[in-house]
Design a binder for this molecule. Structure first.
Ligand code: 3H9
Length: 718
């Protein structure tokens, strides 16, 4: 028999048979369970009631939704950015006390994690005596990725439950873990299929009640310190410095764990609150929490747009090169069969060979069953003709980057598909309106600019041509979502959004070199600001010949901003066939290491070549000027793109740069960073570099913002 003890907005408590009470998290009218003051208040009420509940023998803690708990409400984290320190300390201290009270009930507690338990969600689960996790569930601490650390006991309970090394890996690494890894790490006690979770949890409780487990002793043990391993702390610090590039949270977690290892649980909890309060108001946390919320808004916008489209069930891909093969693979893996057409059998063999290789890797790592891999491969039909193209919903063209070839391909393609089939070009440098100029139905033509390597890169620019109809855009958005990508709708202009902003950034680089800067210094400054690679290294990886072609196109399209009437450093090196990694030399020299990977080293010859494009000779340029000139160029171009409505909003431009270029996430994006600097200050810096020309001339939008003390994210709110 079940009796309701409590029913609120966030949870219910039910008395079951045999003295077991179940607490079920279930926020009314909300898609997920999340932790906030309201849920904590209800939890406090129920725990208070349970302390004196007659005949209580055990407690089950679970969720009525299809996952357990998504952590602290991120909108609340956003408001915390403005709270006075005292309020932060009180809120977090209160949260810790509420959670600690779970593990201080006079009876054993088992938690059912029926989906994910993230951040504060996992912190709640850790307060129980036992945890059972769904086989398809996931647990972890994403906090460091938000610029903060777990503030509800995660840094205290994890090392005391598992060990210090696991705590370092789980919390500083900010990964989520699948069931098998969580079980191996000792973070959960059992894993089961969802229908069995309840009986598994009841089983653990039964054994604890019967005295087969010393649950009281275990609780006692976890109130003291934990053993540490110096080497693990050293390795974690090294890893954090590499991975998080001046983002303070990971290093703060490592320091906290080390400083608190000999403290009691309660003393460590008090230190955790202080550390949390120290991080939540840093610029990095502001950027990371803000961009999480902004990404959710973009996700919603894309979902709404996709809702008005046809569902993509079958796709065609033209051109089985690296891009075409990648697009075919990424579609087939998500259950969309592909007709992969090329004009040469050799290319088809290469394209399908690439897909086979990618699937093989997944099978080898145990992520995919061999039969499933075979089925996916079989869903890609390599062919030399247009057979069955009347059955596809979208065709993506990924043939050679030549306007005449593409125009001819589109004209031929149009006759092979039904009217209304979306015809997408994966061009990166041509205009959609030019590609569509020779077809009968330009309204069906759209751009889908995938990034290389397609299976790994999360962004797709969806380019709306002059005549593209709304439904074609929506179908491309829906197809990109179905592939697991983030679509970003942009206007048809040279470079679209991402390459246009990169064009401004590389133009700034070229000007710096011309003015005498050392490319190694530029890389050092940009990498220490947070870019995964400095611009010279990035050019070497992408190919100087390819980038030079792209920059010439951008220079013609935006002569005032990106035109260069002199021989550039890139042209100088490319002129010597120094194309970068692929030819063994570019800005740097490359030799294959034992595993065949290119190893970078300096090359005095580069300086000799660059001296010929430095009319005033080499000159030391300070770090501040390097950073200013590189980032200001990108920010100003982003501002111009917003003025011209290349993308709809600042948050979309920033999301594109984070996902498409590796823009350092803890700076939010070029326009988020611009807001942090301030519009007036940016204009002052433009003035400083006025002599350098249009690259440093601000658009109207930035002037307007400065005049009214506004921000690019002026109306942003969660
Ligand atoms: C933390 O816990 C700090 C603690 O240590 C305590 C400190 C004191 N808050 O993504 P979806 C919403 S830090 C608010 O589309 P999915 C989301 O906005 C927090 N809202 O679904 C969306 O709303 P809508 C650590 C949240 O299945 C809806 O739920 N936790 C939150 O693709 C569905 O979301 C995290 O960082 C939240 N925490 O992915 C987890 N979570 O429908 C962040 C979700 O109105 N969340 N929503 O647009 C995620 O990673 C994903 O949302 C999740 C679901 C994996 C949970």
């Amino acid at each position: 028999m079940t009796t309701e003890l409590y029913s609120g907005d966030c949870l219910q408590a039910l008395a079951l048979d045999h003295g077991i009470v179940e607490i079920r998290l279930d926020r009314n009218n909300e898609p997920v369970n999340k932790l906030d003051a309201r849920l904590l208040r209800e939890l406090d009420l129920v725990l208070e009631q349970l302390r004196t509940h007659p005949g209580l023998r055990g407690v089950l803690l679970g969720s009525a939704k299809d996952a357990f708990l998504a952590g602290a409400d991120i909108a609340v984290l956003w408001s915390m950015l403005e709270w006075p320190r005292q309020q932060l300390l009180e809120f977090c201290g209160g949260m810790q006390r509420s959670l600690t009270a779970i593990g201080e009930l006079p009876v054993p507690v088992a938690c059912i994690i029926n989906g994910y338990a993230l951040g504060g969600g996992l912190e709640v689960a850790l307060c129980a005596d036992y945890r059972v996790l769904a086989a398809d569930g996931q647990v972890g601490f994403p906090e460091v990725g938000l610029g903060i650390l777990p503030g509800a006991g995660g840094t205290v309970r994890t090392p005391r439950l598992a060990n210090g090394t696991t705590a370092l890996e789980w919390i500083a690494g900010a990964h989520t873990y699948k069931a098998a890894a969580a079980l191996k790490a000792g973070m959960v006690d059992a894993v089961g299929e969802p229908p069995q979770l309840r009986s598994l949890a009841l089983d653990w409780l039964g054994r604890a009640i019967a005295g087969e487990h010393d649950w009281k002793g275990m609780r006692e043990q976890r109130t003291s310190g934990f053993a540490t391993d110096e080497a693990a702390f050293t390795a974690a610090r090294e890893q954090a410095r590499k991975a998080s590039r001046n983002q303070p949270a990971a290093l703060a977690v490592i320091d906290l764990l080390q400083d608190c290892s000999s403290l009691s649980r309660d003393a460590a909890l008090a230190r955790e609150v202080q550390a949390f309060a120290g991080l939540i108001q840093t610029p990095a946390a502001r950027a990371l929490v803000g961009t999480f919320l902004a990404s959710q808004q973009l996700k919603k916008k894309n979902r709404n747009q996709a809702a008005s489209s046809r569902r993509v069930q079958r796709v065609g891909v033209l051109g089985a090169g690296i891009m075409g093969g990648g697009i075919a693979y990424a579609s087939a893996v998500k259950g969309m069969p592909v007709l992969l057409k090329d004009v040469a059998q050799k290319a088809l063999d290469l394209g399908t060979g690439e897909a086979r290789k990618l699937l093989g890797k997944q099978v080898d790592s145990g992520r995919l069953q061999p039969e499933r891999a075979e089925a996916i491969l079989a869903s890609i039909s390599p062919q030399l003709d247009f057979r069955s193209f009347e059955t596809v919903d979208v065709v993506v063209e990924a043939v050679v980057e030549d306007l005449r070839v593409k125009q001819a391909v589109f004209a031929e393609l149009e006759a092979q598909v039904l009217p209304g089939t979306v015809l997408a070009s994966n061009t990166s440098s041509l205009l959609i309106r030019d590609i569509a100029a020779k077809v009968q139905r330009p309204e069906d033509v759209v751009g889908m600019h995938f990034f290389n390597p397609v299976p790994l890169m999360p962004l797709v620019e969806i380019v709306r041509g002059e005549k593209t109809r709304e439904e074609a855009v929506a179908t491309a958005v829906s197809y990109a979502i179905a592939m697991g990508k983030t679509p970003l709708v942009v206007k048809d202009c040279a470079g679209f959004l991402i390459n246009r902003l990169l064009g401004a950034y590389f133009t700034a680089f070229i000007l710096l070199i011309r003015d005498g800067a050392d490319f190694v210094e530029i890389d050092r400054v940009m990498e220490s600001w947070g870019w995964p690679m400095g611009p010279s290294y990035l050019l070497d990886v992408a190919g100087l010949d390819t980038l030079d072609k792209a920059l010439v196109i951008l220079g013609k399209a935006y002569p005032e901003v990106m035109g260069t009437a002199f021989e550039t450093a890139i042209q100088k090196l490319a002129g010597q066939k120094r194309y970068g990694q692929k030819t063994g030399a570019g800005f740097f020299r490359y030799e294959a290491d034992a595993k065949g990977r290119p190893r970078r080293s300096g090359d005095p010859q580069t300086y000799e070549l660059l001296a010929t494009v430095q009319p005033q000779g080499p000159r030391a340029i300070g770090d501040e000027e390097i950073l200013d000139r590189m980032m200001l160029a990108m920010i100003l171009e982003a501002g111009r793109c917003l003025d011209e409505q290349v993308a709809d909003s600042a948050l979309e431009i920033d999301a594109g740069m984070r996902l498409g270029t590796g823009f350092p996430v803890h700076h939010g994006g070029p326009l988020w960073y611009a807001d942090a600097v301030g519009a007036t200050m940016l204009l002052q810096r433009c003035e400083r570099y006025r002599a350098l020309g249009g690259l440093y001339t601000a658009g109207l939008g930035l002037h307007n913002l400065a005049a009214r003390n506004g921000k690019f994210y002026g109306s942003f709110a969660p």
